[in-house]
Design a protein around this ligand. Structure first.
Ligand code: GRF
Length: 217
């Protein structure tokens, strides 16, 4: 049996993806432990969720550091003290310096609200509607120096409906994000993915790249 996955979650805001992971663990659906939640925003609501659940919640202010690299070195040195197997960026909105990304790339993933490689960066829902997409969704990918461009582990799709606004589409995507992220963490815990810093491999021959979760209950 594979060991319980030690997770550190990075957040900047609301924290619904973090909560979904924590709920799945509490229901016994994911063999993982959230050993800490880290934020670049002291007032992120996600930190309150962590405190309510007695999970260490740590905020470090980037403005207290001279530049991006100086902040990242301290931020990631603190994260490393928790000895995570995997760092999960779940609404962590800060661009990270190449140095820390290179150091942690074999164990850092991000959830992004689009069907990558479409719509990297911000405002993905608006861009999908403007582009006339019939389908949109979310992707979980390895964090590399290529912003939102690392290898994709899994994706989930939703339809774009004719009367969708940015908000209605965002809400539909968010619902599948939670399932997607938990499913992906389960696969990671079982050792089905391997990323050596350069190449992503799927150890289970049944798994295709990227996995596509089209339907949720
Ligand atoms: C999600 O849409 C995630 O894909 C994106 O930021 C949002 C975070 O939402 N990276 P939450 O904080 O998990 O509710």
């Amino acid at each position: 049996m594979k060991p319980t996955l030690r997770l550190v979650i990075l957040v900047s805001g609301r924290g619904s993806n973090f909560r979904a992971i924590s709920d799945a663990i509490n229901r016994g659906e994911l063999d993982a432990e959230i050993v800490a939640v880290f934020s670049d925003k002291k007032l992120a609501p996600a930190l309150d969720i962590a405190r309510e659940r007695n999970i260490p919640a740590i905020a470090i202010n980037p403005k207290d550091y001279a530049d991006r690299l100086a902040f990242d070195r301290v931020f990631f040195a603190e994260i490393a003290k928790f000895d995570p197997d995997l760092i999960v960026c779940a609404g962590y909105m800060r661009i990270m310096s190449g140095e820390v990304v290179r150091e942690f790339s074999d164990r850092m993933i991000n959830i992004h609200p689009s069907l990558l490689p479409k719509f990297k960066g911000l405002h993905t829902h608006r861009l999908a509607i403007e582009a006339g997409e019939k389908e949109h969704g979310a992707s979980v990918h390895i964090v590399t120096e290529d912003l939102d461009g690392g290898p994709v582990l899994m994706q989930a799709r939703v339809p774009v409906l004719p009367d969708d606004t940015e908000d209605t589409l965002a809400e539909r995507v968010l619902q599948v994000e939670h399932h997607l992220l938990v499913t992906c963490l389960n696969e990671w815990q079982k050792g089905h993915f391997n990323f050596d810093g350069h190449k992503l491999t799927y150890r289970d021959s049944l798994l295709k790249s990227p996995l596509d979760l089209s339907e949720f209950e």
